[in-house]
Design a protein around this ligand. Sequence first.
Ligand SMILES: Cc1cc2nc3c(=O)[nH]c(=O)nc-3n(C[C@H](O)[C@H](O)[C@H](O)COP(=O)(O)OP(=O)(O)OC[C@H]3O[C@@H](n4cnc5c(N)ncnc54)[C@H](O)[C@@H]3O)c2cc1C
Length: 471
Amino acid sequence: MLDSNSQPLFEKSWDIVIIGGGNAGLCAAITAAERGCSVLVIETAPREFRGGNTRHTRNLRSVHDEPTDVMTDRYTFEEYWDDLMRVTKGVTNEPLAKLTLESSQALMEWLIERGVRFQKALSGTLNLNHTNAFFLGGGRAMLNSLCRFAESVGVNFVYEAEVTDILLENGFCESVDVTWEGQSYRVRCKQLITASGGFEADLDWLAEGWGDAAKNFLVRGTPYNKGKVLRVLLDCGAQPVGSLDQCHAVAIDARAPKYDGGIASRVDGVPFGVVLNKSAKRFYDEGEDFWPKRYAIWGRLVASQPDQIAYAIVDSEGVERFMPSVFAPIADDTIEGLASKLSIDPVAAKNTVDAFNAACPDGPIDQMSLDGKATKGLTPEKSNWSAPISKPPFFGYPLRPGITFTYMGVAVNDRAQVLMKDGKPAANLFAAGEIMAGNVLGQGYLGGIGMTIGGVFGRIAGAEAARVLNR
Ligand SMILES: Cc1cc2nc3c(=O)[nH]c(=O)nc-3n(C[C@H](O)[C@H](O)[C@H](O)COP(=O)(O)OP(=O)(O)OC[C@H]3O[C@@H](n4cnc5c(N)ncnc54)[C@H](O)[C@@H]3O)c2cc1C
C-alpha cells in the first residue's frame, strides 16, 4: 500500500499516527494535517464499515447563546453544565468537563467549515431542538464529509489494518504494531493519537464488570471497538479512569442483531404501558420522567433482571403514542394470548396487568407533560401516564440491554495527553473520544455529548501533537 508519493505506507516514519477513523480520529487527523504534519489513520474496519460508532450517531450537543439555523432558543454554558452535573451526579473531571462544554460551539463552526451539514432545528418528542444539532443525513454523512475533507488536506488512510501493540517505553512511543492482510508491520511515528473507541464489543471484557449478564447484551454499534488499544495502554502503565461497569446502555428490541443494530432497534413505548420481567412482574416506574431523560437507565434495569430479558406491553391506544421500532410488535387480542407468544406465564401476566389497571386513575393522560397520573397503592408505582391497558389488540416488545459505549478508559489532561500511573503525561501519546470519555462521563449520559467529547479532544490532540513538532 502506497502513500500519495508512492512510498509504502508502513515503511515511512510518520509525524502522526492516529488509531481509529471515527469522529475523534478524524477531527485529530484534519487538525494535524492542516498544520502541515504527515498523518496516517489506521482503521481496522473495512472501508465500507469505517467510522465506528460515529456512523450511527445523529446529533451533537452544543452551547449556543442565541438561536441558530440548526438549534432553537439558546443553550448556555450554565444550562449545559447543570444538565451534565445532574446526569453524572458530579462524577466528572470538572476542568476537562468545562473545557468540553466551552469548546462545543467552536467545534460546530469548525465542522461546518469542513463540510459537515446540519439539518434545520427539529421539533418533536425528543425535546432536543434547543440543545442538539442534528447531522443532515445522519452520522454516516457527517463521517463521509470529514473523510472527504481529510483526504483533501493530505491525510492517508489504511483500512482493515488492526493495531495490536504500541511500543511504549517510559511514556514515549516510537512505533505501533499493525496487522494488515495477514502480515505484521511495525509503523514508526513521532506522535501517536489513540482514538480507537471503547471496549463495548468485547463481551468477555464486559463480563469482568457485569458478570455472566454480559453475554446477553446486544452491542448497538460497531463490532470493531474491542478495546485492544485500551488494553495495551493500561498494560503499559496508563492511568485508568472510570469503572468497568459504567457504560451507556438502553433497552432495545431483543430481536436486534448482536452488533451494529444502531438506533432503529430502540423501543420507545415504555412510558405508555408496563414492563414485565420473565416472571411477569413489574420492576420499575415506567412513567418516572420523559423518555429522553430516562431511556438510558432502562438498559441497566433490564440487565439486572433474570436472563436480562423484559417485555414492554401496551394496548391499541398506547401503541399510537410513540415512534414505531423497526421490528413489528408481537400482537394478540388477549393479555394471556400475548403472554404465551412472549413465552411468559399467561396467568401471572394477566394478574399483573389487572392489578395495574385497577390502580390507574380516571381520565385521559397527557403525554406532552408530566401529567401526574400516578397509580395508587401499587409497587412499584407508575408516576405519570398511567392508563389502563384494556383496549385490544395488545402488543408486546421483548427487550434486552443494548450497550452503546463503555466509559472506562485512560486518564488525560487538558492537552489530551495520556496520563501515566505516576500522574505524569506520556511524552508523545494522546487520546480522544470514547477511549477517554470516562474523564468527563463518570456515570450517566447526556444525549449528544459523546460526539462533543470526541470532537473537542480530537481537535486538541491533533493541535497539541502538531505543536510538539513545531507545526
Ligand atoms: C447506536 C448509537 C447511536 C449513537 N448516537 C449518538 C448521538 O446521536 N450523539 C452522540 O453524541 N453520540 C452518539 N453515540 C455515541 C458516539 O457514537 C460516540 O461517542 C462517538 O462516535 C465516539 O467516537 P470515537 O471516534 O471515539 O469512536 P468511534 O467512532 O467508535 O471510532 C473508533 C474507531 O476505532 C477503530 N478501531 C478500534 N480498535 C482498533 C484497532 N485496534 N486498530 C485500528 N482501529 C481500531 C474502530 O474500527 C472505529 O472505527 C451513539 C452510539 C451508538 C452506538
